[in-house]
Write a protein that binds this ligand. Structure first.
Ligand SMILES: *Cc1c(COP(=O)(O)O)cnc(C)c1O
Length: 235
């Protein structure tokens, strides 16, 4: 894809984000565009960062490692989020590579992250991934386990909970995803009311290419967009 084509797509998405925010009485600047970059070549990610994309989301530790090597010169100009399923044996590497881990979904993973982060003396931003549609095929903590995981995280001084993340069930009509987005927002509000954290947990990472506008109307603070930006993935 050429530079100007990517620029046009990025502008269109930014416009759509701004319009959705306006409909919801929100400000566009409350919403972070995260470019989901699985299968996207480093040189295309480079174009994106040069066009002003700042947040990048990768699903696999190894794939991200290779890309970050090719993009070292842009490392400080970009914020890298892990958005895939994280295996505990990849935690150390993930902590070296990423700024944010969006997919914390178990006590076990939380404990590994806490230990790893404390060893390198760093506080890492995380999100809890919630399996909002309770699908057996998806990772994420189940909604009724959320408070228990929150309690564990509140005892982890090297993990800072930024918010909740979810990938709702795929539905053709994006408006049918609304109930899931709303539910994630309500869970975040419950978490705040619980008083477990002495700071406000504000983040809601939800909405992808086909439903990000509905997600924004329901309070998304981070939308993770792949195909609308880069075009269809191979395969
Ligand atoms: C691939 C991916 C996205 C982006 O999906 P698109 O439909 O291509 O926008 C968002 N979130 C996660 C977790 C992903 O794996």
């Amino acid at each position: 894809m050429r530079y100007d084509e990517l620029q046009i797509r990025l502008e269109r998405i930014s416009e759509r984000i701004a319009l959705a925010a306006q409909r919801a009485g929100r400000e566009a600047k409350e919403i972070t565009l995260l470019a989901a970059t699985k299968t996207v070549a480093p040189e295309r990610i480079r174009l994106g960062i040069n066009l002003g994309l700042q947040h990048v989301g990768e699903n696999r530790v190894q794939e991200a490692e290779a890309k970050l090597k090719a993009l070292v010169d842009l490392r400080s100009a970009s914020i890298w989020h892990f958005i895939g399923h994280l295996q505990t044996n990849k935690v150390r590497r993930a902590l070296e590579l990423f700024d944010v881990i969006q997919t914390v979904d178990s006590h076990r993973l939380a404990r590994h992250l806490e230990r790893g982060a404390s060893e390198i003396d760093r506080i890492i931003s995380i999100y809890i991934e919630v399996n909002i549609g309770q699908e057996s095929s998806k990772s994420g903590t189940s909604p009724d386990q959320l408070m228990a995981l929150g309690e564990v995280l509140s005892q982890c001084p090297h993990l800072r909970l930024d918010g909740l993340m979810a990938v709702p069930p795929y539905v053709e009509d994006p408006h049918l995803a609304r109930a899931f987005f709303r539910k994630l927002r309500e869970l975040r509000d419950l978490l705040n009311q619980s008083g477990l954290f002495n700071y406000h947990v504000g983040g809601l990472s939800m909405g992808m290419s086909h439903d990000f506008e509905v997600a924004i109307e329901e309070g998304a603070t981070v939308v993770r967009i792949g195909t609308a930006l880069w075009g269809p993935r191979p395969g």
